[in-house]
Each structure stands twice: as C-alpha cells, then as structure tokens.
Design a protein around this ligand. Structure first.
Ligand code: HDE
Length: 718
C-alpha cells in the first residue's frame, strides 16, 4: 500500500510519465535546438557530469555519452593545407557584363546579366592555420563558380607570375620557404636562410621575387588587392576555335598596401586583420566587388610576342594586350561555419567546364594532378565532392562508388556502364558532342625531360617590373630585400642574391647590398654559376604603368579614420569633417585616453569608441585631431596619444590637424616652421568658412591612401 501511495503521489505531481515522454519527444522534434543529443539522436540527461560509480567514485567506461563527445573532439582537427593553410572566404555571385560567345562556349559566360553563385577563399601561402594575416607573402585568390554545367574553379593568386617554371620544383620551393625542418622556425616568413639559399640558385624566380618584395605582398585588405589566374588558359568557342586567355580580378576599392613596419605590428595587435576586415565589411553590408578582366590573344599572335606565354614567370603587359572587362564579382554573404565551408572547400585548377581548357604551361600541368591528391589526404577520402560547400548546383550522375565518408545513398544494383539493368534498355555513354571536349591540339614530339629554350630569359620582366615602380615603391622593394637578407645568416647566400639582382638593375643590387656586410654585387660571378642561364631578352617595354600600385587611388568607402581627443576639444571643424567622411562611407571612430565620455570646450559630451591602447594607430587609415588648447595640452602629456599620431605619421597616413593640435607634430620636429608641410599632412583652423574645404582636402588625401614620399619619416622611431 505504501509503495502504491508513493507512486500515486508522484504521478499526480509530475503527470503521466508515458504522456510526458510523448510530449517531450514532440517538443524535441519541433525544436531540437532546445536540447542536446548524442550523434545517434539520444537526448542527453546532463551535459556537465560524466557517469560515475558513486557520487565521488571513478568514471565508468560504460559512459557512451562522455566517450562519444571526447572521441569526436579528439578528431576535430584535419590536416591543414600544405600551402595556403590560413584563409578566409565568403559567398557571393559573378555577373557577366559582356557576352563571350565568340571566345568560349562556357554557359555562364554567354548571357549578360546572368548570375552564377560563387565561393571565394583568400589565403596566405606559407603560414600555418593560426599564423598572422599581414605577413609578407603571396595571397591566394581562389574562386569556385557553381555553374549549371558543373563547378569551375579559378584558383589564382594576387600576383600574376610565379617563382618557378616547372611543377617539378614546387616541393623544393615550398620546403625552402616553410619553417626550417630542424627547429620549425620561422613561422610564416620567407626571411631565413633556406628560402634565400634556394632562390639564389633559381634565377627563374627573379621576376616573382620583385613582386614578393614589393608592397603587393602586404595588402591593406583582401578587398583591395588584385587577383590573377597566373597561367595562360584557353577559351574554346562552339566552333572549336581557341584563344589564349589570362584572367584578372580588379578591386573596386583600388589596390592598396600597408607599410612594412605597420604590417609587422598588426601581426601582433590583430593577427586576424584581413579576416576580420572581410567579415566586418560583408556583415555591415559593404559588399566587396571586383571586375573580371580578360586578356584574349590568338595563338598566332601569341607566338610573335617575343616571350613564351606558357612560361608562368612572365606576364602579358596590358599595355600590349589590353584587359577587357567582362563581369563583376560581388561577395555578399559570410560563411555560416568556418570549418564546414572555409576549411572543407576543395579547389582544383582542373575543375573546368566546357569552353575552358588548359595550356601547356608546365606549372599548370603539374597542378592538375596535385589538388585532388592533396584533398584525398586532407579531407579523408574520395567523397569530398559530396560535402555541401563542394557540391555542384547541377545534377551529378556517375558510377563511382563507396569510399570513406560516402554521404549519398546510390539506389539500385547497377554501378557500371554499359548496362541494361538500370532502366530495362541499353544505357551506353557514347562520347557525344555535349560532353567536355578537350581542345584538339596537334601534338607530335619526342618525349623529353628538358626546359624549353623559350623559357631562358629570367630577367627582362623583373627589370620591367622594377622600371615600372614609382620612386617610393622602389625604395620599399630595396628595404624589403635588405630586411629579408639581413635575417640570412650565411653571407655567401646574401652575396649570391645581390649578384643575381645585378642582372635586374645595377642600382637596385648596389642599394640592397649596402647594409648587408658583403661585397659589391658582381653580375659576372652570378652568370658564371652552374644552372644560371643568364640570357636576358630585350625588354618588351621600357615600363608598364599598370604594374605600379601608387597611381591607384580609389573611393574611400569603408576606410577607417581615428579622431584623437581629450577634454576641452573644440568640435566645430570636427563635426563638419566627420559628416563629410561619413557621407562618403568612411568609418569615423573617436579614440581617447579612456572609455566613456569627454567634455568638449563648449561642455558637450562626446562618446568615446576606443582607447589609445586598445585600438592602436595601425588599425586606422587616417587620423584627424580636432583643435582646442586644453585637449592638445592633455594629449601632448600622454605618451600613448603622441605615439599614436607619430606612428600614423611614420606609416605615411593622411593626417588632419586642426588649430592647437598641430603643436603635437611641431614639438616632435615634424612640422617645419615654414615651407610646405610633409605630404598628406593637412593643417587646418577652426575657421567656419574653411571647414568644408578642409574636409574635401582630407577626403582627397585619404583617397591617395598613403603619402609614401612624406618627409622626415626617418626621424620617428619605429
Ligand atoms: Fe597551389 N596548391 N600549387 N598554386 N594553390 C594548393 O591545394 C600546387 C600554384 C593556389 O583556398 C594545394 O587544396 C602545386 C600556383 C591557391 O583552398 C596544393 C603547384 C597558384 C591555393 C597545391 C601550385 C596556386 C592552392 C594545397 C605547382 C596560382 C589555395 C591545399 C605545380 C595560380 C586554395 C590544396 C584554397 C592550394 C599545389 C602552384 C594557387 C598542395 C603542385 C602557380 C590559391 O594541392
């Protein structure tokens, strides 16, 4: 009786357990996010405690819930990409703006206005997954087009050429540039002996080295860098006529770089700088955009160019073959899950669609094998095409079967062709015209393991790049070589590099050699070395303006402006400039010694966004310092405020100083008593009639991005 009384009372308190359970199951089905289950769908009773023999006893092996959770966790990491391990990506679309019917039959390149979904991954090459974004490196620019004819991947970089001419040298290049094998250092950097040792013996790298030592290797943002297909590809039209094609992505925001000192500091202050920049822009509705441009050239004309288009250490100057704008790429959606999408996306230059084909570039040919091979080990088997991010948007049907992690369930008994059992009549694939047809290039040559003599010129395009740079860009290249080589411990390696550089430009080689404690560059010694095919063809052009970034400019949309202030600040001119900046889409943030509010000279309360310590100057593109004697005095006594301004000065950022705040720079000896102010430094007053003009001048200075030729920057300690 006692038992039934207890049961009875329990039932009346908690209701009918069977009905309760039904209710619970229904609730779970309708809103599974309110509960947690095992991977088999069994609802967890508790996600904090393991099963124990007694409340203070040992854990039980029987606890399948604990074991499943920990086992899954143990296997959370997959091998990182052997190169391009660190990346960020976004979804978007490609829209055609010019039909390409006469050049290619690719369906997504036929109809103007047609939109193709894309997933784009940007990356650094050398660093591990957790390395910093702003290191000196090449950036990957990989685009997956989900077309109606299958996925097309354009797996490019932000530089139009590459280090090596033949895939055979890729493992050597990557081994040389990655951290050294004995001590696994340095991380994400080419500034060490093994890289320069290898490079000094590979003069074919000369052209790419110039790009790597230039500001292209330290972009301000993924949104502000160009992309290139690098190799020469083929377009083939419906009549089977082929053209060579080179791909260019051109950022709408212009192409811009960081200063090297700034890039290194950002690596510590915000290692996610580029990743965050991309994420925040898309999140805030500022969708990054690129124009797709093509260089199209028929094979006959290509043969007369004076260099070999199949050589990936050469670019096709757009001054010779102009770039035809044909479409736009817009990124408008961040991934939902980094691992599922950005980590698991599998690009492959061999993913082409009918109408797009390969050239015989020996580097490209090697890539065609490599990418599937690497995905097999990285993604754990041959079924990675079934992962949501890699699935096409068109139907897929073949008889490949089984394998690790098969996700779909093929039906029926037939997994071979030809057959009659699938549909009761004969099924046979007969190679019809609709399938992918490789361009029927005529080939009849002996097998040979040699480099074409047409690849022998290693210096003329390196010289073309050098000659096309502005004076400031040249200084940056010299400084980058000096920095990298100063980290090289073996003097003979430094010497070999400058000897090689003498074949690019005598002044460049001499300047680089100056602080390195080695002898002057000796071109003859380089030319005397084994493997050095010194032939340098006559340059095609004296210089190619399209290769310089400085001429760039561009809208200041999404550029970040810091406003430094302290109590007693005068708000008049600041308000006008702030409004003007916001009207053109720039972000304006107030930075001060503390969070909260600051009282202006007229007693107004100004909300502070950041402190000098938590948001350093390297996070901004420009600095505005409003006037007000009290504010300027306070800032002059605050080392963090002074450092903020001086650092921005050193990094050649546009500065606008109003009224008394100019004194901060003057005291540092950076503003001459008379004569012109340093480039990109605007000194304004609080005079109401001058405010609008000052705002316009500041916007124009920001549009130029950096004022690299600024005087006195060497006076500011780094
Ligand atoms: Fe790659 N490259 N690569 N590469 N590459 C990879 O594939 C390889 C080359 C590029 O965001 C790997 O999935 C070889 C040139 C990008 O996921 C690997 C050779 C260019 C990405 C591989 C090259 C690229 C990769 C590593 C010389 C510019 C990142 C993980 C024959 C046109 C894609 C992976 C992403 C990734 C091999 C040279 C671009 C190992 C063998 C030239 C943007 O398969």
């Amino acid at each position: 009786m006692a038992t039934s009384r207890t049961e009875g009372s329990r039932k009346s308190k908690a209701g009918d357990p069977v009905a309760n359970r039904q209710k619970q199951l229904e609730a779970f089905t309708q809103a599974p996010e309110n509960l947690l289950t095992t991977n088999q769908g069994v609802v967890l009773p508790d996600n904090h405690n393991s099963l124990k023999a007694g409340i203070r006893g040992p854990s039980l092996l029987e606890d399948f819930i604990l074991r499943e959770k920990i086992t899954h966790f143990d296997h959370e990491r997959i091998p990182e990409r052997v190169v391009h391990a660190r990346g960020a990506a976004a979804h978007g679309y490609f829209e055609l703006t010019r039909p390409l019917v006469e050049y290619t039959k690719a369906d997504f390149l036929q109809e103007v206005g047609g939109r193709t979904p894309v997933f784009v991954r940007f990356s650094t090459v050398v660093g591990s997954r957790g390395s910093a974004d702003t290191v000196r490196d090449v950036r990957g620019f990989a685009v997956k087009f989900y077309t109606r004819e299958g996925n097309y991947d354009l797996v490019g970089n932000n530089m139009p050429v590459f280090f090596i001419q033949d895939a055979m040298k890729f493992p050597d290049l990557v081994h040389a540039i990655k951290p050294e094998p004995h001590n696994d250092m340095p991380q994400a950097s080419s500034a060490h002996d093994t890289f320069w040792d290898f490079i000094s013996l590979m003069p074919e790298s000369s052209h790419m080295l110039m790009w790597l030592m230039s500001d292209r290797a330290i972009p301000r943002s993924y949104r502000m860098m160009e992309g290139f297909g690098v190799h020469t590809f083929r377009f083939v039209n419906a009549r089977g006529v082929s053209h060579f094609v080179k791909f260019h992505w051109r950022p709408k925001l212009g192409k811009h770089a960081l200063a090297w000192d700034e890039a290194q500091k950002i690596a510590g202050k915000d290692p996610d700088f580029h990743r965050r920049d991309l994420w925040e822009a898309i999140d805030g509705g500022d969708f990054p955009e690129w124009e797709l441009g093509l260089q199209l050239i028929d094979e006959e004309r290509a043969a007369k160019l004076g260099f070999d288009l199949l050589d990936p250490t050469k670019l096709l100057p757009e001054e010779i073959v102009p770039v035809l704008p044909v479409g736009r790429l817009v990124l408008n959606r961040n991934p939902d899950n980094f691992f599922s999408e950005v980590e698991q996306v599998a690009f492959h230059p061999g993913h082409v669609v009918p109408g797009i084909d390969f050239s015989n570039d020996p580097l490209l040919q090697g890539r065609l094998f490599s990418y599937t091979d690497t995905q097999l080990s990285r993604l754990g088997g041959p079924n990675f095409h079934e992962l949501p991010i890699n699935r096409g948007v068109c139907p897929m049907h073949n008889f490949q079967r089984d394998g690790m992690h098969r996700m779909t369930i093929p039906r029926g008994r037939v997994s071979y062709e030809p057959n009659t059992l699938a549909n009761g009549s004969e099924f046979r694939v007969d190679g019809g015209e609709n399938g992918f047809q490789s361009f029927a290039e005529a080939l009849e040559s002996p097998k040979i393991r040699r480099r074409s003599p047409s690849f022998d010129d290693h210096f003329s395009q390196a010289a073309l790049f050098w000659n096309s740079q502005s004076p400031a860009e040249k200084e940056h290249i010299i400084a980058a070589f000096q920095f990298e080589l100063s980290k090289v411990e073996v003097p003979a390696i430094r010497q070999r590099i400058v000897d090689n550089l003498a074949h690019v430009d005598g002044r460049l080689a001499r300047k680089v050699a100056e602080p390195l404690g080695i002898g002057p560059p000796d071109a003859r010694s380089a030319a005397g070395r084994a493997g050095f095919r010194a032939a340098s063809a006559k340059p095609l052009l004296e210089s190619a303006p399209s290769l310089s970034m400085e001429a760039g400019g561009g809208p200041i949309h999404t550029r970040k402006v810091a406003v430094l202030m302290a109590a007693g600040v005068e708000l008049g001119a600041y308000k006008v400039i702030q409004q003007a900046l916001q009207d053109v889409g720039a972000t304006v943030k107030v930075v001060a010694g503390h969070l909260g509010f600051i009282a202006s000279s007229s007693g107004q309360q100004v909300a502070i966004d950041h402190t000098f310590q938590n948001m350093p100057s390297v996070m901004f593109d420009a600095v505005l310092v409003p006037g007000g004697a009290a504010s300027a005095q306070l800032m002059m006594k605050n080392g963090d405020a002074v450092h903020f301004l001086l650092e921005a000065f050193k990094h050649c950022k546009p500065l606008c100083l109003i009224g008394e705040s100019a004194e901060i720079l003057r005291r540092a000896g950076l503003l001459p008593e008379e004569g012109p102010t340093p480039a990109g430094v605007l000194i304004g007053t609080n005079e109401p009639t001058a405010r609008l003009q000052l705002a316009q001048d500041f916007i124009a200075a920001i549009a130029r991005h950096r004022h690299w030729m600024r005087a006195h920057i060497e006076q500011v300690p780094a």
